[in-house]
Design a protein around this ligand. Structure first.
Ligand SMILES: Cc1ncc(C[n+]2csc(CCOP(=O)(O)OP(=O)(O)O)c2C)c(N)n1
Length: 349
């Protein structure tokens, strides 16, 4: 298990105080985004939201390990990664309001969020193969949850990457749950990282609630990937909230999490702040300013998103088939007449 907090001083890591503060800043931005998005969903601002509270260290650490030209393959859960990669918050909010296009026109190399579980894994393997073919310097980082490892796409993607030496880091964020299914029942394998051996490449576990450890571990995995060998990283963290705003975890959690170590279930943001204070790299004033700036950024993002027209429901049917099959044409007709008859904004509330 790779770890920094509790084992090394910051001066014994490759990271400067500025880099350590940058991780903290993005964790705060991500935390405030998550809290605001939950509140907005409760107001009917968007129909659903999948919170990532507790997973900020893992996601921000991995995002900071990436080079500017590296491709990110995200999911609905990994908004903290997009935020740390500087995808504008308003784009992420608008996506949750049904807009497929990135409104700001940003040029961060990031794919659209995958909602079907594990479908992004073969895409990332293919992107890695294309990168090798083009003799490009970039690598790909493919994010997914522990549940995704039971899908055929996981096997196919990792198998292709291994055979074709694709420069891909498969970043499995193990938050101990796939909706109501605990990790214990997901696989009989001793760890998810252990699965890498079957594909002929390296796998390892990192303390996913330690952003410095994640950054260091993923940075080294990306270097290995650039040298032509994929890596499977298992980042051990914990989903503190519900699966989505439609879920009630009290129905299934029970005492399942009782055996998890404290470092895993505790708040990674508080843990990291405490470490940075011990290392004398943040002050009260600094922390306060970071929170204020994050809140300002968020207010501007919400304002920008609110100023946009609502998404056109017709768009749901576009961009899949060149010639739309009759079944979809009929569904589109049905939706058009439904939205004409009903006030959709009203229905959302
Ligand atoms: C192909 C597919 N099957 C089922 C679902 C329904 N579903 C949505 S999230 C989820 C659990 C995913 O768990 P995990 O991969 O651990 O990711 P997490 O939600 O914890 O980030 C499932 C089964 C889906 N979206 N896609």
């Amino acid at each position: 298990m790779h770890r920094v907090i509790g084992e090394r001083d910051l001066s014994e890591t490759p990271f400067s105080p500025d880099e350590a503060r940058a991780l903290f800043r993005d964790m705060v931005r991500a935390r405030r985004f998550d809290e605001r998005a939950l509140a907005l969903q409760r107001r009917g601002w968007m129909s659903g939201y999948p919170p990532y509270k507790g997973q900020e260290a893992s996601q921000v650490g991995a995002a900071h390990a990436m080079a500017a030209e590296d491709w990110l393959f995200p999911t609905y859960r990994s908004n903290a990664m997009q935020i740390a990669r500087d995808v504008p918050m308003s784009d992420i909010l608008l996506f949750r309001r049904g807009r497929a296009e990135y409104d700001s026109g940003h040029d961060v190399p990031v794919f659209p969020q995958a909602v079907p579980i594990a479908t992004q894994i073969p895409h990332a393997a293919g992107a890695g193969m294309a990168i090798s073919h083009e003799e490009d310097d970039a690598a790909a980082l493919c994010y997914f949850g522990d549940g995704a490892t039971s899908e055929g796409d996981f096997h196919e993607g990792l198998n292709f990457a291994g055979v074709f030496d694709a420069p891909v880091v498969f970043f499995c964020e193990n938050n101990n749950w796939a909706i109501s299914l605990p990790r214990r029942k997901q696989t009989a394998a001793p760890s998810i990282a252990a699965k890498a051996e079957a594909y002929g490449f390296m796998g390892g576990q990192v303390d996913g609630n330690d952003p410095l450890a994640v950054r260091e571990f993923v940075q080294s995995a990306l270097a290995t990937a650039r040298d032509g060998e994929p890596v499977l990283v298992e980042s051990l963290t914990y989903r503190q909230g519900a699966h989505t705003t439609s879920d009630d975890p009290s129905r299934y959690r029970g005492d399942e999490d009782d055996d998890l170590p404290e470092w895993r279930t505790a708040d990674p943001l508080e843990r990291y702040e405490e470490y940075l204070r011990e290392q004398n790299v943040v002050t009260d004033e600094y922390v306060e300013t970071i929170y204020e700036e994050a809140d300002e950024e968020l207010s501007e993002a919400v304002e920008r998103a609110e100023a946009k027209e609502p998404a056109d429901p017709d768009e749901i049917f576009e961009s899949v088939y060149a010639d739309m099959p009759k079944k979809l044409v009929d569904q589109r007709e049905w939706l058009r007449s439904f939205t004409e008859e009903h006030d959709v904004q009203e229905l959302e509330h």
